[in-house]
Design a protein around this ligand. Structure first.
Ligand code: FE
Ligand code: FE
Length: 184
């Protein structure tokens, strides 16, 4: 197929975001597990379900075109996930501060997805792919809602994080370690 067309660019970008969604399906359970706040944890779990649907929507778009969505690595998402993992793995950061850091990572991801879906939704419209455009619009809306929800959660969590003092953090680290050790 001719490479220098908007249609090919559209398909390449869809393959890119398909890979990005699949990377997130693997990363979100770890984000949820690292969260202290119950609301944040359940927010990540809910978005995992949505993310699975986002991947399925792209599969549907490709199957309607008789093509496959595979074959591309999203390097940007690899970087965003790697930074999220640094936050998860940093043992010196915990509690509300860890939650604030997880939100920061997650919002970078959502903003990346919002940019990507805004673009492919527009390409789909220009190319006359109305069904695909509406599926991509649904995903775009969910990414924006997730970003807003994270901002709302951040309001309370950032305030709590700003009250966390280094002394109490050390105490909490000991009690966290004990709690982990006590886990069967
Ligand atoms: Fe998504
Ligand atoms: Fe998302």
């Amino acid at each position: 197929m001719e490479k220098n067309t908007l249609r090919e660019l559209y398909l390449e970008e869809l393959r890119d975001i398909y890979d990005a969604e699949n990377q997130l399906i693997k990363a979100l359970p770890k984000m949820a597990e690292a969260a202290t706040s119950e609301d944040l944890r359940s927010g990540f779990e809910q978005h995992l379900e949505q993310t699975r649907e986002h991947a399925r929507r792209i599969e549907r778009i490709f199957s309607n075109l008789g093509e496959k969505p595979t074959g591309k690595k999203c390097k940007a998402m690899q970087g965003l996930v790697a930074e999220g993992k640094e936050m998860i793995d940093d043992e010196d950061i915990e509690g509300e501060v860890k939650d604030a850091g997880l939100i920061s990572s997650a919002q970078r991801v959502e903003h990346y997805e919002i940019a990507a879906y805004g673009t492919v939704r527009t390409y789909a419209s220009i190319l006359g792919e109305e069904d695909a455009a509406s599926l991509l619009e649904q995903t775009l809306t969910e990414e924006k809602e997730t970003d807003e929800k994270l901002s709302e959660l951040a309001e309370g969590i950032n305030a709590e994080a700003s009250e966390a003092e280094s002394g109490t953090t050390a105490d909490r680290r000991v009690s966290n370690r004990n709690a982990k050790a006590a886990r069967p």
